[in-house]
Ligand binder design. Structure first.
Ligand code: FAD
Length: 499
């Protein structure tokens, strides 16, 4: 291997060495200088999250350790990638920069700017697959554009062969880096990323979730989680995935996919190797939803800030629009009651408090709380989208946008607008013994199961016995669901049909 052909691998949402086509491409050309850039516009942007930053920095440290075992040193730059990446490429004398291709709008703009700056300096820029199972063009090629409806998308997604999954390289021939100014070496043993002065100067906020409840960051921990899930959860996934109180009913791999600690293509391969089962099929279809939303945003980046359905263009949400002070964090009103898990509907409150404490919320609860905000409260779904992005460890611009537009009925393949989740029946169905609600809403710990999803129906005597006075120990419902449903149907029905 000659030192003269030097390659930069710029890691972003792909903090792993297994199945990393960009890393493999760089290694085929020469010695590698790995780089990570802490981009302040993401750290402070509209979807900033101290939970994700907490996880990210530790996952970067874990990556630095993995690379070091293989002979390479990860460097960390702080600043705009359009400046840091070309400067680092110059410092190390690289001919090319390699990345895993980002499909989201900000990443696309950023990569275009970086590629331009590199091109001006005569450095090549190569984006390779790695963040989704199938790249958008692969499915488009299969015939007639990507379907905007999930079921035909899934059929095509299932039919398409998954690209070859690559092993982790044993050794990474490293570029000898000097004392370049663009980025600093990450030494996991000397305090890692956090010990780098430019990072310390950022004064990052601590996570809002309890750190002891956050999963261990890093590729090794993620691979252990994957194996554990395949061995003990996958087969029963179809039956258990909606059980709110079941801590191992779903994989919890969302965060690992979010930061690319796992390759989605490799996850699919591993699931298929376990043989066909209802659990495996259902799990694969959930991974297809992830690709579906990533592809939708790729095809329609304008949907990142507005409803995909035209009937909502210019509509004012009666409960408040994003940007209104009445729905801003801290303003004492229905939006804040929702954020704090104090709506008086136990299933909604349990979901919101689970999110605050752990940075994760069960998918069923995500659907219920989102429907409650957009339909019972008629508040702009983007208020909820922003709150989720602040707290979710797996917070992802495409999946979160897709989930919110699905629940609010504003998306292209959303649930019909006249479908409004009833929080009481959802609770009784998916948390039959009330264990989930009691876990996250301790005020309801002694409320009998028959009442736990509608505690306001307790008599005075029952309230005294359960040590839960409605309106004092636990809030009375902030809206009457039946009346709110009628109001929602009237409002959604009043919007002109889609163009
Ligand atoms: P599992 O049930 O084990 O599913 C396996 C994987 O499949 C997930 O990790 C995820 O990568 C993918 N997946 C499953 N369901 C979906 C889905 N409906 N859409 C897209 N991908 C899916 N998922 C995110 O990854 N990031 C988000 O920001 C996000 N926001 C959401 C917001 C709302 C309002 C809703 C209704 C759903 C949202 N989801 C989001 C989808 C889903 O809730 C989470 O992926 C899931 O709960 C994560 O837990 P898990 O890893 O145990 O999932």
């Amino acid at each position: 291997m000659t030192e003269s052909v030097r390659q930069v691998v710029w890691f972003r949402r792909d903090l792993r060495v297994h199945d990393h086509p960009a890393l493999a491409g760089a290694l085929a050309r020469g010695a590698v200088a790995p780089l990570f850039v802490l981009d302040p516009s993401l750290l402070r942007g509209r979807f900033a999250s101290s939970n994700r930053v907490w996880f990210l920095l530790r996952a970067v440290d874990a990556l630095a350790a993995t690379l070091r075992e293989r002979g390479a040193t990860l460097h960390l730059g702080v600043g705009s990638p359009a400046e840091v990446v070309p400067a680092f490429a110059r410092d190390v004398g690289a001919s090319d920069v390699w990345v895993s291709r980002d499909l989201a709008p900000y990443g696309r703009r950023r990569d275009l700017a970086v590629a331009e700056a590199l091109g001006a300096a005569g450095v090549g820029f190569h984006a390779r697959a790695g963040l989704v199972v199938h790249e958008p063009e692969v499915l488009d090629r299969a015939g007639g554009g990507t379907p905007a409806v999930f079921t035909p998308f899934l059929r095509r997604w299932e039919r398409e062969a998954v690209r070859v999954v690559l092993p982790a390289p044993d050794r990474i021939p490293a570029v000898m880096t000097g004392s370049g100014a663009a980025a600093q070496a990450v030494d996991p043993l000397a305090g890692g990323v956090l010990a780098i002065p430019a990072v310390a100067r950022l004064r990052l906020e601590p996570p809002t979730a309890d750190p002891s409840r956050l999963p261990e960051p890093g590729e090794g921990a993620a691979r252990t989680r994957l194996t554990h899930w395949l061995d003990s959860g996958l087969a029963a996934y179809d039956e258990r995935r909606n059980e709110l109180g079941d801590p191992s009913g779903t994989s919890r791999l969302g965060v690992d996919l979010r930061f690319g600690l796992l390759s989605p293509a490799e996850v699919v391969q591993q699931v298929r190797m376990r043989g066909e089962s209802r659990g495996a099929l259902r799990f694969l279809s959930q991974l297809a939803w992830r690709d579906f939303y990533a592809h939708l945003l790729w095809h329609r980046p304008e949907a990142a800030r507005a409803a995909a359905r035209t009937r909502f263009a210019g509509a004012r949400w009666p409960g408040g629009q994003l940007g209104d002070s009445a729905v801003a964090p801290g303003f004492d009103g229905p939006a804040e009651a929702w954020r704090q898990g104090r709506t008086g509907y136990p299933i909604v409150d349990a979901g919101m408090r689970q999110l605050a404490a752990t940075g994760w919320m069960h998918n069923r609860a995500r659907m219920v709380v989102a429907s409650f905000l957009a339909k019972d409260l008629l508040i702009d779904w983007r208020v909820g989208e922003a709150h989720f992005m602040r707290h979710l460890l797996d917070g992802d611009p495409a999946s979160n946008l897709g989930g919110w537009q699905w629940a609010a009925s504003t998306g292209v393949d959303a649930q019909p607008w006249f479908r409004v989740f009833n929080p009481v029946t959802q609770g009784r169905r998916f948390d039959a013994d009330g264990g989930y609600v009691r876990r996250w809403v301790p005020e309801l710990a002694m409320v009998p199961s028959a009442r736990v999803h509608a505690p306001w129906t307790m008599t005075g005597e029952e309230q005294a016995e359960a040590r839960c006075r409605i309106g004092i120990d636990y809030p009375a419902p902030i809206v009457d669901h039946a009346a709110a449903r009628e109001r929602a149907l009237a409002w959604f029905g009043s919007l002109r049909p889609d163009a």
